[in-house]
Design a protein around this ligand. Structure first.
Ligand SMILES: C[S@@+](CC[C@H](N)C(=O)[O-])C[C@H]1O[C@@H](n2cnc3c(N)ncnc32)[C@H](O)[C@@H]1O
Length: 250
């Protein structure tokens, strides 16, 4: 008999098949692509810029290395990596063509002298050989993947021995008073802003729900360890609203 069992996963607070999640996520980012940057500035009061700077500070990319910015979207992290060190071979991969389109346009204006390779592709089936990259960064991307462990394994495959993964992602605020305030802002304000600015309340409802479903700092650390990474450390930013995890392929 044919095996019709499909793996299930979260899409916000809904349970869907992994295949369905990929389509829904692509739909979200296709809808919001042209307003994605302005929404980030508005809903985080510009603080997402500080978080992305912190990622690249901790990364401190060395000269003549190869870097994959996975789920690179509109290129905010790619731009920071190149501003920090332009002697980097940089590849941006993202599932959603419209996000890549926005990113390429933006960075061509900002950093015209530097070619980046922009690739529409799935982070679960990267179009690269084993052991190719010194770094992989992934900012606010992993949460949108349909299978976190498989994504971590696929990244591990394309990293060189001695290569490093840095994950910037929403995480868990430990202080319960602050968490209540943050939850209230997230659920009451962010979807409304999404409706007003991006004309898409549902996508921003998905955002706030997906954050609550994403693994905590310790859980993500454990997932990274299970998938082979070593020397795993994380740093909380803004009281744990986001965290940066760093792990190595040794
Ligand atoms: C919230 S955006 C993050 C963009 C950018 N890294 C930033 O920090 O602004 C998440 C991105 O993940 C991408 N994405 C989701 N699932 C993916 C997958 N399986 N493979 C590659 N990219 C994926 C989406 O298309 C979207 O552009």
């Amino acid at each position: 008999m044919e095996d019709t069992h499909l793996q299930e996963t979260d899409f916000g607070y809904r349970t869907v098949s992994e295949e369905e999640k990929a389509g829904l996520v692509k739909g979200v980012f296709t809808n919001v692509s042209s307003k994605y940057d302005i929404m980030n500035d508005t809903m985080s009061f510009g603080v997402h810029r500080v978080w992305k700077d912190a990622l690249v500070d901790w990364m401190s990319p060395l000269d003549n290395t190869a870097c994959l910015d996975l789920a690179g979207g509109t290129g905010d992290i790619a731009k920071r990596i190149l501003k920090r060190n332009n002697k980097i071979d940089l590849h941006v991969v993202d599932l959603t063509p419209d996000m890549i389109f926005e990113g390429r346009n933006k960075l061509t204006k900002d950093i015209p002298h530097k070619a980046i390779s922009w690739i529409v592709g799935d982070g679960l089936q990267l179009p690269f050989q084993d052991n190719q990259f010194d770094y992989c960064t992934i900012g606010f991307g992993l949460r949108n993947f349909r299978n976190y462990s498989n994504a971590l394994k696929e990244i591990y495959r394309v990293l060189k021995i001695g290569g490093r993964l840095l994950v910037l992602e929403f995480s868990k605020v430990s202080n319960s008073g602050l968490r209540q305030l943050y939850d209230s802002y997230s659920f009451n304000v962010i979807p409304e802003l999404g409706g007003l600015i991006a004309k898409d309340k549902d996508s921003y409802q998905y955002l706030v729900e997906s954050i609550r479903r994403f693994p905590t700092q310790e859980h993500l650390k454990a997932l990274m360890r299970e998938t082979g990474y070593e020397n795993i450390r994380y740093r909380n930013l803004s009281f744990g609203v986001v965290a940066i995890h760093s792990g190595w392929k040794v």
